[in-house]
Design a protein around this ligand. Structure first.
Ligand SMILES: N[C@@H](CCC(=O)N[C@@H](CS)C(=O)NCC(=O)O)C(=O)O
Length: 210
């Protein structure tokens, strides 16, 4: 049985959604954030020393990192769904997006989030971060031009991975300038499996405003 160790209002919402998409048999163990620091509770370190979410356990396997978890779940439980065939050009694109969602794309967003908490708003770093943010969000926006989904215009694990970027961008950057990303987020959030995941877990701050 797959156990999704789910920190509220976090990237692990994506993993619950993925389990719903593929009809996997899973259970959720929920962890609350510290009300002052917003960090994960120490109990999560008993599952994995980093104490981050998502983390899944499956038999004697413990796996961290959203991209690795998506890859693992699709290989073991996906029955060929949501991932292009290994060896195809589409699979190369899929891997690129799967990694990009938690590396290139997320970094400027996290930098902006953290520096905005500094007393001077991270003044010296601000121009560089803004430049990187515009560059990466611009790339995503352009990649979604005229398509619904990132890889061969078919919904895949890569879309689930990038959904978190789409969901937290409005905290830091106006989605008015990113209509393709806004529409992508809405498409993700309107999938029946996404809605089932919402219903199965605790309230999610970055979910649809309904
Ligand atoms: N790149 C990792 C990021 C993991 C991560 O930083 N998760 C955040 C939640 S979105 C977390 O656990 N924060 C709580 C903490 O740092 O204490 C992944 O995609 O799994």
């Amino acid at each position: 049985m797959i156990t999704v160790h789910h920190l509220v209002h976090s990237r692990s919402q994506r993993i619950i959604w993925l389990c719903e998409e593929i009809g996997a048999d899973y259970e959720i163990v929920t962890y609350q954030r510290d009300p002052i620091t917003n960090l994960a509770p120490p109990e999560l370190e008993q599952i994995h020393p980093l104490g981050k979410s998502p983390v899944i356990t499956d038999g004697d396997q413990t796996i961290i990192e959203s991209g690795a978890i998506i890859d693992y779940l699709l290989r073991h439980y996906g029955h060929g769904q949501l991932s292009p065939a290994v060896g195809s050009v589409e699979h190369e694109h899929y891997l690129q997006w799967l990694h990009y969602g938690e590396s290139g794309a997320i970094l400027p967003l996290m930098l902006k989030l953290y520096t905005s908490k500094l007393p001077d708003g991270g003044a010296t770093l601000k121009p560089r971060i803004s430049d990187e943010l515009g560059r990466h969000l611009g790339y995503v926006e352009q990649s979604l031009e005229g398509v619904d989904w990132l890889v061969a215009n078919r919904f895949s694990g890569a879309d689930i991975q990038l959904s978190f970027v789409a969901e937290i961008t409005p905290l830091l950057y106006s989605l008015d300038d990113l209509p393709n990303l806004a529409a992508f987020r809405d498409r993700c959030q309107n999938r029946p499996a996404y809605r089932r995941a919402l219903a199965n877990a605790e309230p999610y701050a970055y979910g649809p405003k309904i």
